[in-house]
Design a protein. Structure first.
Length: 762
C-alpha cells in the first residue's frame, strides 16, 4: 500500500501539470480562432457599409455617418465604431466606443494600412480592427475603427481551465482508485482465490483447481476439506453452532447422562504454596488444558491427572479428589501422585525426551532409555487402576489424552471391555520410518489400538498412524472406513481438529481492546503509538521462538522505517526445565534477544521485550488485545491454540495473525498470513505486511477468522468425538445381540463361532 502511495503522488502532480498545459493550449488556440473570426467580421462589416460610409464621409455629412456607425454596432459583439481621419474631428464615434481608444493613441502601423490588434482595457479585452475607408477614386478618406468585445473569451478561458481541471482530476482519481484497488487486490487476491477454491466442493468445479498465489498461502486442500465437512454436517442435520449446552444435550440424550472420565498428565488447576504459606491456584500453560477444561465444565465427570503442585496434596479429600473449578465447582479432579523417580522416567524421560522430539520435526534427537520406558509402563498401569476406579460403570466413556498415555487404552480395555475409550493424540504423528526409531514402537501402537477411536488433529497424522500400524503390526487396515481391525476389535482412526471455547471466558472481565492497547503500552514503557507484536508460548524448541526473534531482526534490517517504532513482546513460560535441551533453549532465546536489543536499542531498552515467567490467562488475553500482530512461528505443532486464542480475543476486528504453515491451525485459519518460519525473508515480509495492513483489510480477515473459530469450537470437537463414539457403541451392542442370537438360534452353524471378525462392527 505504501508503495502504491509512492507511485500515486508523482502521478497526481504530473496529471495536474498536464491539465494546466492542456487548458492553456486550448485557450490560446481558441483566441487565435476568435481573432481570425473577428478580423474577418470587421472586413465584412466595412464591405457592406463602405459605399454609404465613404459617400457620407466625402460629403462631410456627420449626422448620416454617425447613423451608419450606429447601424454597424447592432451586431451584439461590436462594442463600438469610430472614424479617424481628416473629416472626423470632433470625434465621430458610437456611444459605447471605449474612450481610451482615442484616434491618436491607436496602435496604427501606417496610415491607410489594415491592422488588427487585441488590447486589454479596464473593462475587459477587446479586438480592434483599423480599416482604411477608400473613396471611389482610391483616395483614403479615413480609418474605420471597429472594436469587438472579447471578454466572453476570458469567461470561456476560465470555463475551459475549470473543465480541464475537473476532467483531469476525475482521471487522476480514477487512476488513484484503480492503483489502490490493484495494490489492495494483490494482497487479497489469494483470499479471493481461496474463496473460489473453497467453493469447489459445493459447486463441483470440474478439472484441475487453479494454481493459488504463493503469497502467504494457506494449505488450501485442508481448508477446503474442512469447509466441505462442515457443509456435509449441516446437510445431515447439524443443529446450529456447537455450545456447552448442545454438548450437554448430546451427553444426556445419546450417552444417557453418563459422566465422562478424562485422563491427562497435566491437571487443569495446580495448587501451589507461596512463600508466605498461602495457597494459590495456577492455570497451567498447556494447549491440552485450554481445550479440555471448558469441555469438562460442560460435561462434568472426572479429570484424572498427575498432582504436580506443591499444595496439591493439601487440597484433596480422602480419595485424592478436589472439586473444580475453584468457586464454580462442576467436575472432580482426581490426582495421582508420582514419585520423583516415576516423574523423571515417565514424564521427563520417555514422554518428553523420547516421544516429544520423535513426533515433532524440530531437529532434536529423541532419547530412548530402557529405564524411562519401564517407568512409562509403570505409570500408565497406575493410571489405568485409578481410571478404572473413577469410571462410573462398565460402559464408561473415557477420554485418554496425549502421548503420556499410549499404553493406557489397552490396559483400560482389559479392565473395562465394554467401555468406550477415545484416545486423542495432541501432537503430530510422524511417518512410519521416523516412528520406527522408537525401540518400543509395537507396544505403543498396540496400546493405542485398545481404544474405540484414535483421534488426531489432521488427516495427515491419521495417515501416518495407519502407515505405522501397517508397517509394524499384524492387523487388517480398512482404508475406506479408516479403521484398524486387530484381535477381533475395531479401532476407528479419525481427524478431529481441536479448538478453544467460544466465546473465550477470559474476555468477560477485560477492558475494551482500545483500553488494553493503551494500558499495555504504558505498562511496558512504550510510546502510545508504538507498533506491538506478541508471541505467547511455553519455552519449547518446537515453537520456533529463536526463528521468531530472528524474523523481527530481519524486519528491522530490511525495513528501517520500523526501527524505534516496532516492539515485540515475547511471553514465555518456562517449561520442562529439568531437561537439558530446554535449558539450552532458554539461554539461546536470551542471547538472541539481547543481541537484537543491542543492535537496535539505540541506547534504550530495544525492540524485544522478553518476559520469561508464568502468565495467567487474563494477562495473556490483555497482550493479545493490545497487539497489532501476533506471530505464531512453530517449527512443527499438532494444532497450536495460541493462534485461535488471539483470534478469539480480537472482538474489535483488528490485529493480524502471522502463522507458521507447520501448525495444524494453518489448515483452518486461511485468512492469517501463513509463512514458513525458517524463511526469514518471507516471515519478515509478512510481519511488514501485517504492520502496514489497512484497517479494513484487518477487519475483513479477522471477521473471517473469527467466523471459522466460532464455528469450529471445542464443543464441536468434543461433540463430534462423542457422537462418533455413540454410533460405535450402538453398532457394538447390536452386534453383541446378533451374535447372541446366532449362538442360541442356529446351533447347527457352529455353536459359539459367531460371525467373522470384520462383520462385528459393521
Ligand atoms: C503440549 C502437550 C500437552 C501438554 C502441554 C504442556 O501441548 O500436547 O499434553 O500439557 O504441551 O506441557 P507440559 O509438559 O507442561 O504439560
Amino acid at each position: 500500500m505504501r508503495a502504491a502511495f509512492r507511485f500515486l503522488v508523482p502521478l497526481l502532480v504530473l496529471l495536474a501539470l498536464v491539465a494546466y498545459a492542456a487548458s492553456e493550449l486550448m485557450i490560446r488556440q481558441a483566441h487565435r480562432w476568435a481573432e481570425r473570426d473577428l478580423s474577418a467580421r470587421s472586413r465584412l462589416v466595412l464591405a457592406s457599409a463602405r459605399e454609404g460610409l465613404s459617400g457620407r464621409l466625402a460629403a462631410g455629412d456627420r449626422v448620416r455617418t454617425r447613423q451608419i456607425l450606429d447601424e454597424m454596432v447592432r451586431d451584439e459583439r461590436l462594442l463600438g465604431a469610430r472614424v479617424c481621419g481628416p473629416g472626423a474631428e470632433p470625434p465621430l464615434r458610437t456611444a459605447a466606443f471605449p474612450p481610451e481608444l482615442a484616434c491618436d493613441r491607436l496602435p496604427l502601423r501606417a496610415p491607410g494600412a489594415t491592422h488588427d490588434a487585441v488590447v486589454g482595457l479596464p473593462g475587459g479585452t477587446v479586438h480592434l480592427s483599423v480599416l482604411p475607408i477608400g473613396a471611389d477614386d482610391g483616395e483614403v478618406l479615413g480609418d474605420l475603427v471597429l472594436v469587438h468585445d472579447m471578454s466572453y473569451l476570458d469567461r470561456r478561458a476560465a470555463e475551459t481551465r475549470k473543465t480541464t481541471f475537473v476532467a483531469f482530476a476525475l482521471v487522476g482519481l480514477l487512476a488513484a482508485a484503480s492503483t489502490l484497488l490493484a495494490s489492495r487486490f494483490s494482497w487479497l487476491s489469494w483470499t479471493a482465490e481461496l474463496r473460489r477454491l473453497l467453493a469447489a466442493p459445493f459447486h463441483s468445479l470440474g478439472g484441475a483447481a487453479p494454481a493459488a498465489s504463493r503469497t502467504f498461502q494457506p494449505v488450501l486442500a485442508d481448508v477446503r476439506e474442512l469447509v466441505s465437512r462442515l457443509a456435509s454436517e449441516e446437510v445431515s442435520g447439524g443443529g446450529g453452532r456447537w455450545s456447552a449446552e448442545r454438548l450437554r444435550n448430546v451427553l444426556r440424550t445419546r450417552l444417557h447422562g453418563e459422566g465422562v472420565v478424562v485422563v491427562a498428565n497435566r491437571e487443569p488447576y495446580i495448587h501451589e504454596r507461596a512463600a508466605d504459606g498461602s495457597v494459590r491456584v495456577v492455570y497451567p500453560a498447556s494447549g491440552l488444558v485450554t481445550a479440555l477444561e471448558p469441555v469438562m465444565r460442560a460435561c462434568s465427570g472426572t479429570w484424572v491427572a498427575h498432582g504436580s503442585g506443591s499444595a496439591d496434596r493439601d487440597t484433596v479429600d480422602a480419595h485424592d479428589r478436589v472439586r473444580v473449578p475453584p468457586g464454580e465447582e462442576s467436575y472432580a479432579l482426581r490426582r495421582v501422585w508420582l514419585s520423583e523417580q516415576e516423574e523423571r522416567g515417565y514424564y521427563y524421560g520417555f514422554s518428553n525426551e523420547g516421544l516429544w522430539p520423535l513426533c515433532h520435526v524440530a531437529h532434536t534427537r529423541p532419547e530412548f532409555r530402557a529405564a524411562d520406558w519401564e517407568q512409562y509402563r509403570r505409570v500408565n498401569a497406575r493410571f489405568a487402576a485409578v481410571v478404572a476406579e473413577e469410571a462410573p460403570g462398565p460402559d464408561a466413556v473415557i477420554l485418554v489424552q496425549d502421548y503420556h498415555f499410549a499404553l493406557l487404552p489397552r490396559m483400560l480395555r482389559q479392565r473395562l471391555p465394554r467401555a468406550t475409550i477415545l484416545a486423542f493424540w495432541h501432537i503430530p504423528w510422524p511417518n512410519a520410518e521416523r516412528f520406527g526409531i522408537c525401540p518400543w514402537e509395537r507396544e505403543l501402537l498396540d496400546g493405542l489400538l485398545g481404544s474405540s477411536i484414535v483421534g488426531f488433529h489432521t488427516q495427515a497424522h491419521c495417515n501416518n498412524f495407519l502407515e505405522s500400524v501397517d508397517r509394524f503390526l499384524e492387523s487388517r487396515i480398512d482404508r475406506e472406513r479408516q479403521a484398524v481391525v486387530m484381535g477381533g476389535r475395531e479401532t476407528l482412526v479419525r481427524p478431529y481438529p481441536i479448538s478453544i471455547e467460544w466465546p473465550a471466558r477470559w474476555l468477560a472481565g477485560l477492558p475494551s481492546a482500545e483500553r488494553c492497547r493503551a494500558d499495555y503500552r504504558r505498562e511496558l514503557g512504550l510510546p502510545a503509538d508504538a507498533l506491538l507484536g506478541v508471541g505467547v508460548d511455553r519455552l519449547d524448541y518446537t515453537k520456533g521462538i529463536v526463528e521468531r526473534l530472528q524474523a523481527v531482526e530481519r524486519l528491522l534490517d530490511r525495513f528501517p522505517e520500523f526501527r524505534g517504532r516496532f516492539f515485540f513482546a515475547q511471553l514465555a513460560s518456562p517449561s520442562r526445565t529439568l531437561i537439558e535441551t530446554y535449558r539450552r533453549l532458554n539461554d539461546e532465546v536470551e542471547r538472541v534477544a539481547a543481541s537484537i536489543n543491542a543492535r537496535f536499542g539505540n541506547g534504550g531498552p530495544g525492540p524485544i521485550l522478553l518476559m520469561r515467567r508464568h502468565h495467567e490467562p487474563p494477562d495473556i488475553f490483555r497482550a493479545y488485545r493490545a497487539a497489532d500482530v501476533c506471530y505464531v512461528s512453530s517449527l512443527h505443532d499438532g494444532m497450536n491454540l495460541v493462534a485461535k486464542e488471539f483470534v478469539s480475543a480480537r472482538d474489535d476486528l483488528r490485529g493480524v495473525l502471522v502463522l507458521s504453515r507447520f501448525t495444524g491451525a494453518a489448515r483452518e485459519l486461511a485468512e492469517a498470513l501463513v509463512v514458513n518460519p525458517y524463511d526469514l525473508e518471507e516471515a519478515s515480509s509478512a510481519l511488514a505486511a501485517a504492520l502496514s495492513m489497512a484497517p479494513e483489510e484487518q477487519e475483513q480477515r479477522m471477521r473471517a477468522l473469527r467466523g471459522m473459530v466460532a464455528e469450529f469450537n471445542v464443543y464441536r470437537w468434543a461433540g463430534r468425538i462423542l457422537l462418533d463414539a455413540t454410533r460405535l457403541r450402538q453398532r457394538e451392542r447390536l452386534s453383541v445381540r446378533l451374535s447372541d442370537a446366532w449362538r442360541s438360534g442356529e446351533p447347527g452353524r457352529g455353536g459359539d463361532s459367531g460371525p467373522p471378525d470384520e462383520d462385528v462392527h459393521r
